[in-house]
Write a protein that binds this ligand. Structure first.
Ligand SMILES: [Zn+2]
Length: 236
């Protein structure tokens, strides 16, 4: 098992860990701050090293309860401990975009009754898909942007906490974002809540306050069917 340090502290940039397995370019540690990707958030990159040995982490992925770091080149198999350093600029951008997606999701639900169907973030842009029941116009798009920026500027705290599965299934926000899709065996649900805006069952990393996100600029929007819409945005 790998202890997932990013779940407790999204701002952890460096850590030390013991090697559980090391074969070729793949390393499993007893703990890591590297996010393995998922929920629309890309896997982290960075470096792992000890003394004069250092290698870039080019990919990170989940394998059951373990997190596998994929190195650019193999390191000696005698290594027992490693220091990890995240590619922080890229990861922090993911945290800002990820939090922006939550705010957009909450705003379009509260104001237009539209449900999110998917999202994807990068370090320099993101997109969100949703099912929009009303008429889709350029005016609506500008209104979504305005409302989202208003919420961001209010400096709303982003809280992370755990709820027993039964309690989570009673929360209307969590039901809307399909907490029922969390596997039955998961007894405690990790909740990410943007105060007053949005709550989701979520394993990703987010900033602690919406003020850190900055400002959303919607750069494109398209209709992908009668109700299916997509918006793309950048952060300023
Ligand atoms: Zn999230």
């Amino acid at each position: 098992m790998t202890e997932e340090l990013f779940l407790r502290d999204a701002y952890l940039e460096e850590f030390e860990a013991k090697v559980l397995s090391l074969s070729g370019r793949e390393v499993v540690l007893d703990r890591t701050a590297f996010y393995p990707g998922g929920g629309g958030q890309p896997a982290d990159r960075g470096t792992l090293g000890v003394g004069p040995i250092e290698a870039n982490v080019v990919d990170t992925r989940r394998d059951g309860g373990r997190i596998v770091h994929v190195l650019e080149r193999a390191i000696p198999e005698t290594v027992r401990e490693l220091k990890g350093v995240l590619g922080w600029e890229r990861r922090y951008a993911h945290m800002r975009y990820h939090t922006a997606l939550h705010v957009l999701s909450g705003v379009i639900w509260q104001n237009f009754g539209a449900k999110v169907t998917g999202g994807q973030m990068r370090a320099d842009r993101a997109r969100m898909d949703f099912s929009f029941p009303k008429e889709w116009t350029a005016g609506v798009v500008r209104e979504i942007e305005r409302l989202a920026n208003e919420a961001l500027a209010e400096g709303r705290p982003v809280r992370v906490y755990e709820l027993p599965r039964e309690k989570a299934l009673e929360n209307p926000d969590l039901i809307r974002t399909q907490v029922n899709l969390v596997p039955e065996r998961v007894r405690v649900v990790r909740v990410v809540e943007v105060e007053g805006i949005d709550a989701q069952a979520d394993g990703g990393t987010h900033v602690a306050n919406t003020r850190e996100v900055g400002e959303i600029e919607l750069t494109a929007h398209k209709s992908k069917g009668r109700q299916n819409k997509r918006v793309e945005f950048v952060l300023r």
